[in-house]
Ligand binder design. Structure first.
Ligand SMILES: NC(=O)c1ccc[n+]([C@@H]2O[C@H](COP(=O)([O-])OP(=O)(O)OC[C@H]3O[C@@H](n4cnc5c(N)ncnc54)[C@H](OP(=O)(O)O)[C@@H]3O)[C@@H](O)[C@H]2O)c1
Length: 346
């Protein structure tokens, strides 16, 4: 008699479920993890920005993937989006703006040495990408987040503080006993520049409009000038350095207040060689770049209580268009931050 094996009901059910689970797993493995991002598929005004779900980026061998908790807004964002400087700044479409990030390392490529999963970092991805739930970074673009700051506060720091640091410390080597004139001392870059100059023992003269005079004092400015009422060259003489984020007429009038051997640091124009030579002064056109070592020194100063970011507004990512309109005014006090995710619990 032939023996026909009969499968018990429970074993049959188990095999069916196991097969189903395998099929579901195979489908999921094919699906790329997604993320929310503010993205532009064409260059134009802030309104070209769309809020979409898109595949999460994968870090290359020498990159880390960062889960972004917060980003911030710079006047450079609407300029990047306009496409005007696409060639010079190396930007391509589609484009996710956002040069500032604070977040948590999610994953690292095999060549990454200084970062590991779970690290809290802040920094400046060279080509932006911060207005998204995830961004890939190189090791030299980020550093350990200042411990004393929330992620939202830390996101206000990188691009502006690096600009001020690379101008005042790296280019001018500003030191104790010197005097600096900082135009636009109440803005993103200016508010860091005033504090960095004070931390280095310099005397600070800063300009801003009427509404920001008390704020300049709170930042530590020794002499605050209201540029809407007073011509700075009438009261400023013989300074060691000028930081100019305004350009044009403000730059043209600045050469004359610098002492021989002093320096004009310009963020928006190239100082005129003829003016520099005529007066025996130096000039530098500052071009900010990501630098993990500079970010680390800035973090130390922040944790030592010497400087702090001034966050005037925290907006959800969905407000990125309005935030760029504000950045275009060139009259922002401190920084506007974009919240991408909730602050991690610890
Ligand atoms: N070269 C680089 O690598 C680099 C890096 C970062 C930024 N930037 C550029 O530097 C500029 C400043 O950036 P930011 O982030 O500091 O901008 P921001 O946050 O908009 O600040 C602008 C500041 O300029 C002041 N201001 C406006 N008109 C002025 C005038 N006529 N005289 C004196 N102060 C004036 C404003 O003060 P009130 O509001 O009181 O008027 C405000 O304090 C932008 O053009 C940006 O694109 C260049």
């Amino acid at each position: 008699m032939n023996y026909v094996p009969v499968m018990p009901d429970r074993l049959l059910a188990f095999l069916v479920l196991a097969r189903l689970a395998f099929a579901v797993h195979a489908v999921c493995a094919d699906e790329k993890p997604m993320m929310k991002a503010a993205i532009a598929h064409e260059y134009g005004p802030p309104e070209v920005l769309k809020f979409e779900e898109m595949p999460r980026p994968e870090p290359k061998e020498d990159e880390a993937l960062v889960r972004v908790i917060a980003s911030s807004v710079n006047p450079a964002d609407p300029l990047t989006l306009s496409g005007k400087y696409a060639r010079e700044w190396g930007t391509n479409l589609p484009l996710i703006p956002g040069y500032d990030i604070a977040g948590v390392v999610e994953k690292v490529g095999p060549q990454v040495r200084t970062l590991k999963k779970g690290d809290a970092v802040y920094g400046y991805p060279t080509f932006g990408g911060g207005w998204a739930e995830y961004v890939t970074v190189k090791e030299w673009e980020v550093s350990a987040k200042p411990k004393s700051l929330t992620f939202a506060e830390a996101a206000a720091v990188p691009m502006c503080a690096l600009t001020a640091w690379q101008a005042l410390v790296n280019a001018a080597q500003l030191h104790s006993g010197q005097t600096i004139l900082i135009h636009g001392g109440s803005g993103g870059v200016g508010s860091f520049a005033v504090q960095i100059a004070k931390a280095r023992g310099a005397r600070v003269i800063a300009t801003a409009s009427t509404a920001n005079q008390d704020f300049l004092k709170q930042l530590g400015t020794d002499v605050a000038i209201d540029y809407t009422k007073t011509k700075f060259e009438d009261v400023v003489k013989e300074v060691d350095a000028v930081l100019d984020p305004v350009g044009k007429e403000t730059l043209a009038r600045s050469y004359g207040v610098v002492k021989k051997g002093g320096i004009v640091l310009d963020l928006v124009a190239r100082p005129d060689p003829a003016e520099l030579e005529k007066r025996g002064i130096r000039g530098a056109a500052i071009w900010v770049r990501p630098d993990a070592k500079d970010l680390s020194e800035i973090a130390h100063l922040i944790d030592a209580g010497k400087i702090k970011p001034i966050v005037t507004q925290v907006l959800p990512l969905s407000e990125a268009i309005a935030a760029q309109r504000q950045a275009e005014t060139h009259h922002t006090r401190g920084k506007v931050v974009l919240r991408i995710a909730d602050e991690p619990k610890n």
